[in-house]
Write a protein that binds this ligand. Sequence first.
Ligand code: ADP
Ligand code: MG
Length: 1029
Amino acid sequence: MQGRLDMEGALTARDRVGIQDFVLLDETTEVAVISNLKKRFSKDLIYTYIGTLIVSVNPYKDLDIYNKKQMDVYMGVNFFELPPHIYALADNAYHTMLTEFNNHFILISGESGAGKTEASKKILQYYAVSCPSTTLMNTVRDKMLMSNPVLEAFGNAKTLKNDNSSRFGKYMDIQFDSQGDAVGGHILNYLLEKSRVVHQNHGERNFHVFYQLVEGGSDDLLTQLGLERDVQHYYYLTQGECAIVSSINDKNDWKSVKNALQVIEFDETNTNHLFRVVASVLHLGNVHFDPDSKGHALLKNNTELNWVSDLLGVDANNLKEGLTFRKIEAKTEQVLSPFTIDHAIYVRDALAKAIYGQTFTWLVNRINESMENKDSSRKTVIGLLDIYGFEVFYVNSFEQFCINYCNEKLQQLFIQLTLKAEQEEYEAEGIEWEPVQFFNNKIICDLVEEKHRGIISILDEECLRPGDATDLTFLDRLEEKMGNHPHFVTHRLADKMTRKTLERGDFRLLHYAGEVTYCVVGFLDKNNDLLYRNIKNLVCQSKNTIVRECFSAVDTTNKRRPETVATQFKNSLQKLTEMLMAKEAWYIRCLKSNESKQPGQFDEALIRHQVKYLGLMEHLRVRRAGFAYRRKYEDFLKRYKPLCPATWPHWRGMPADGVEVLAQHLGYLPDEYKMGRTKIFIRHPRTLYATEDAYEKCKHDLASKLQAKYKGYKVKGEFKKQKEAATKIETCWRGAQARKEKEKRAWAVKVIKKFIKAYINRGEAKSTDNSEYLAFVRQSYLNRLKNNLPKTVLDKTTWLTPPAVLTEASEILRKLHYRLMVRKYVRGIPPQKKAQLQMKVVTSAIFKGKKENYPPSIPQLFLDTRISEQEINIRVLSMIRNEQIKYSVPVIKYDRNGFKPRPRQFILTKTAAYLVEEAKIKQRVSYNSLQGISVSSLSDGIIAIHITCEDPKQKGDLIIQCEHLYEFLTKLSIIANKQDAIKVVQGSIKIKIQSGKESSVDFTTGQEPMVYKAKNGHLMVVATRTRTR
Ligand SMILES: Nc1ncnc2c1ncn2[C@@H]1O[C@H](COP(=O)(O)OP(=O)(O)O)[C@@H](O)[C@H]1O
Ligand SMILES: [Mg+2]
């Protein structure tokens, strides 16, 4: 609802000058309508809506409302959201076409000079700029745009009504693909006013192209074509006496035409031939006939004729003959009958008209070829109908008759599609309705076109009738047949008052747009549009390709009369109407603001007249009372059902009920819509636009929802697929695994069986049965052995028990291994430790198992000495230095007499042992005199050194006690080389004290170690017991 309020606010804001849509006027009077138009016109607001119809008033001045910026503003915006503009209509038609994928047409109507052609160009430009584009389409687009200046040059002329009046009818289809790209175009042309080529009324011109060529063509070109740069020189250009007009710049226009020809892909030959045709017409106009003595036409000066023959590529003599003689084919021979001057001029003009007219058609065909879209995919089109407007001149002839008939037809179409059809529809749909009265011009259309009774039929009859039918006999026949038709009047039929305004050769039609008096002169000729056969044959052989193409298409051998011009025109209009009826219509009604083409002039009477005959008031009334929009229930529901939860995604009931529910849900007010039999009718466009806006929004939401759903679905699918794949792979893998396992087991069973048999026979000699098993046993034992070898020499338990076959090998290996370990161990011993061990070996040899405290002494390391040289008295040192001191140790010496203990140093040299007290050497024992050494088997430190007593000075055996007994004795035994001299004695040790005297050292064990002189005079040694392990 917010949106609706905004829109209404904007609508009123824009209605500053008058009212933008007549539907919103307070009263629907003509006065109100015209005053609104005037108000807006005075502010250069030339467009006003009646619903979706545009009323446009020609401003006769350039307004700055057709630029790119304006186009951008209107692009894709809802119709009523912006001030009225022709772009809004163009855009709306375009978008409706895209959304509904159907065909449309824009009917541009209005009298001559009202602005139809300008309007159609603006629309074309809008599509060219606003539609999406690609390079390919750009060329199509350029061609569509550029076809205009070319067609206007050849088909437009200055008339009294309009300086650029279209003298042909044009219907152009713009083809769009489903993306909305303009991809092609096609033009249908209707009845070119050919008579203008040879004759122009005062104040009018021939077709623009002639003046453009003479004014703008290069000198070279003019020379080539034999033309002079002077429009006054040419008869066909000067009859209106206004060859030069200030509003037209022929020179510049020539340039645009030449440029446009290039864009629409005219090659040089074609362009050249085209210009030759144009020039030939100018030359033809100047072909002058003189009378001979009998009054027959004579061609004295052949210059112009020769140019014509040159430019058209036809034989000059034949041309001359064709222009001055008529060839009558009698039974056996051909007779040439000479023309009067008038007749010759008639033939000349007929040729000029024929050439020009055919060339124009050829031009349209060429343009169509160049714009053709060759792609066969389905297209939708927007047709643009810009046809000559209703016109009334001082003298009106066959052309005006056709033009105004055409306008009657279009008015009829408009009535059919809007007023009549609309009201009939309300009736058919059962919508309550107050009928609006309108003038139906069908009666005039019938007057003109009815079979056998209409003016065209009567004209054709006169044309075909044998005998001397003339324009006047035609008028007689009209009077006969139409005598009392309310829309037909002639001089004879008229009342007194009217008669004054009519000439004898006139008939008057009361057209929907006003009365027009037609002069019958020329009707028959123009309707016949005949070209004598010899002239036709001549141009058929033209060397100018365009001319040849144009005429060879017309079958010259066919003797049946071709259809008359009026009938052709009638038929083509009939076809056009049918074609348009199948499309959706949009209307632009153009109004002329004044007759003098002046800006800023608003001729109220003129406007009122147009408003009236265009039926604008009726249209407005129907619109106001009626409904802007209607749609079949099914279609409406189909489009808008997402807007209501009850109808989305499916409505199960009747479509009409669904639409009702939808309308309620959307909050339509009761007078905003009506429910017909098959359609819903919506009164105001704004209601529909609000709905459409909501739909747009909803579409986006839906789209994202769908997208999300779809994505989810896709991902799920993907996941399922992956999962299935995974399961498949898994099963395959498991299968493969299982098969492998089975094989393995079968193999294992075989092997196990074999091994069991081999195990049973393992004791027997190697045979095929057990060889494998034995090999396995061997290998596996060796493998296990390799990993479980003993790590140290001392480890005697870890050696694996070998199987029977390997007992011997195992033993060898074991020995090898131990040897290897020993070798390794020995190599790893440092020299110092080796010396130590060697000494320990000596010690072991002497004491092992003999002396009680030997085992605990093993780990105690032997030192090099127990007394350093610094601790030995210098005098002693000086005395024994040259003997080399090897080892010194403190000892306690027991006196020989009373066994008193005395601390002494005991020094070993290379040759002798010394007992030293401070600076005195108390005793020297040379190793030679050393007889033996005794120690007890207990754990005391007493040593008895037995010495040879040959020398009287010797004082007998030496009793000492040493803390480092094993070290001392080992060193002594090594230094003195006396290993065998050391004895471990059980019980007592006999000792010699002085020569010949003996004593004894007794050993016992006790709590405390003690050494003392026993009562028996022996030395008593008490040792503690050493705990054995
Ligand atoms: N929208 C417009 N803006 C300015 N001038 C216009 C407009 N429409 C028409 N005219 C003027 O009116 C002249 C006649 O318009 P035209 O479209 O040729 O009329 P029609 O095709 O209806 O006979 C144009 O040449 C131009 O000068
Ligand atoms: Mg026009």
